[in-house]
Design a protein around this ligand. Sequence first.
Ligand code: BMA
Length: 373
Amino acid sequence: MKNLRLCICVIVLSCIGLASSAQIADTAATSETRNLLKNLKAHLPTGILFGHQDDLAYGVGWKYQPGRSDIRDVTGEYPGLYGWEWAGLETDKVVNIDSVPFNKMRAFIQEGYRRGGVITVSWHLDHPVTGKNAWDTTPGGVAAVLPGGAAHQLYMSWLDKVAAYALSLKGPKGELIPVLFRPFHELTGNWFWWTKNTCTPDEFKTLWRFTFNYLVHTKKVHNFIYVYNTANFGDGNSFLERYPGDAYVDVVSFDNYQYNDPTQSNSFITEVSEKLAIIDSVATAHGKLPAFGETGYEKIPYPQWWTNTLLKAMDKSPVSYVLLWRNHGMQSNGNMHYYAPHKGHASVPDFLEFYRYGKMLFEKKTRKLNLYQ
Ligand code: BMA
């Protein structure tokens, strides 16, 4: 009797687990979008997609050379995941915050998708009250965009533009290209108008739910997978303090960069592996996909960073993908700003070892997974 009860209990629990792991927040998502989430979940134990921001647009020392990519220059193939940024779309700019023309970006997104790669998007949208950029932490921005707020109409007009662009992303058969949409990223930080220094947890949850409902139900955008993304957090509770609910999220993730010297301190490995362990248990409990939203070590001054630091940080817990930030090259202030290796960089030999590591998925292995079918 006891065994029978236990058995029934296990069956019921695994059914609940299976049902929730097959779920997608947007229940009207296109079949390619559903398949992508389902397949990423299925491959979670065995592979980590390697991603790079703005990979096809420019790299260190070059811009807009058709077919070029710093990752491809170094490894012979493109990344498995492509990151793009939509800041500027809301204010009708022709180019985004990093000067990438939105028309070119559409073509790059289509190109990556045709190769079987995955697309993820961040959005450093302007402050809705001051009109300054996303890093303006003047309080009240979130309250202002909520229903009844002074910038609510404006915010809806911004979402209209995001929706129009999202619905213009079409694959070869006219199908919508799925996007891992990561709005209001690094939400536990204190450097954007939506981070935790500027709004209450309830305001943030309302912002997220409104955004989701407006895009899904009003604008009929059905090619988004919703990525919840924090900066630092101490434990599962602080990670979930501003979580809008299982019905509004598909992926749980965080950003974490290397700032100190990895030859002097293991703190990056310790922190990232602890955070991954926490989001893995959150992901399992909530039927979500765990991911490493953004990372990097600017200029990669430690040539073994790839296998001795990043891989060690990611190797202990399953993680669906990792996104390295952009290879801008020389900035106007004289700083070199890049996070992935390029031809001739001292970390190339180690990056090639990282690239050959069985679990890492670049272009070819990603294509073989047929993520959209
Ligand atoms: C930051 C830097 C900036 C950039 C912004 C948005 O981390 O790379 O130069 O404008 O991301 O992409």
